[in-house]
Design a protein around this ligand. Structure first.
Ligand SMILES: [Zn+2]
Length: 259
């Protein structure tokens, strides 16, 4: 981790995610503002910017609920895999219509906004963000960055995950058409395979990947939902019909597992 690591980003996230997110020493440096008043019959919803890409694009998070077991859902950490962002957008629409008040979900549809804009796997600086996390198996390579968290996008996701300490992370990729997992999520991977029609298959940890850091090092269950290559061509509603049940099943599983 480089010495220029900047904590104001953590304070920014803490402030933006104020609510059910527990303050943790070393992560939260400023007291979060009081959350805005919400009608009692509505679950809390807020849009937050958790960081900016190398080219200055905002990385947006949709935050539902103040408390309960947090589930983090990430789309398109590889910019050449647009189906994740589309499926996340569908999920946000669904949760805005009907979100149980007693749980917390954070959805980041575009984890790599520069890559999506440029239609490339890596970020604008040519680094594969999914090889740039501070996992024990990180290796400095041209593709994965010179050191862990060398990229602003991976730093934003890192602070989000540390601030939330989620019960589950789901990250959506293409094109392998399987349900993969890291950490204690084998049983869940089989459930989601049944709900999505995709086979469960363990791909194995990749150096410096989000799965390696979250699943193997932090021991937080993480599902890598690998959609088919052309999943986005069907459009958002058809994608939701195909994979929405698996997404909702994952949210329910995290809630049950936390009890
Ligand atoms: Zn990918």
């Amino acid at each position: 981790m480089r010495s220029s690591f900047r904590m104001p980003a953590a304070a920014l996230i803490a402030a933006l995610l104020a609510g059910g997110c527990a303050a943790r020493p070393g992560i939260v440096r400023e007291p979060p503002p009081a959350p805005p008043a919400q009608p009692a019959h509505h679950a809390h919803y807020a849009e937050a910017v958790i960081g900016f890409s190398a080219e200055g694009r905002p990385i947006r998070a949709h935050v539902f609920g103040r408390s309960g077991p947090a589930v983090i859902i990430l789309g398109s950490i590889h910019g050449s895999e647009p189906a994740g962002a589309m499926l996340c957008d569908e999920l946000v629409g669904q949760l805005r219509r009907a979100m149980p008040a007693d749980r917390r979900v954070v959805v980041v549809p575009e984890a790599n906004p520069d890559g999506l804009a440029l239609r490339r796997r890596a970020n604008a600086r040519g680094v594969d963000l999914n090889r740039n996390f501070p996992a024990a198996n990180f290796r400095p390579t041209a593709g994965g960055g010179p050191e862990p968290l060398s990229e602003p996008e991976s730093r934003a996701l890192y602070y989000l995950i540390l601030a939330e300490r989620p019960a589950l992370v789901v990250t959506i990729h293409q094109p392998l058409a399987v349900v993969d997992y890291d950490g204690p999520a084998e049983e869940l991977s089989h459930r989601l395979a049944a709900a999505s029609g995709l086979p469960a298959r363990r791909l194995g940890p990749r150096p410096g990947s989000l799965g390696s850091w979250v699943g193997e090092d932090l021991r937080i269950p993480i599902i890598t939902l690998e959609l088919p290559r052309s999943a986005q061509r069907a459009g958002g509603p058809a994608m939701w019909a195909a994979y929405g049940p698996a997404m909702l099943d994952a949210l329910g599983w995290a809630e049950a597992a936390a009890k």
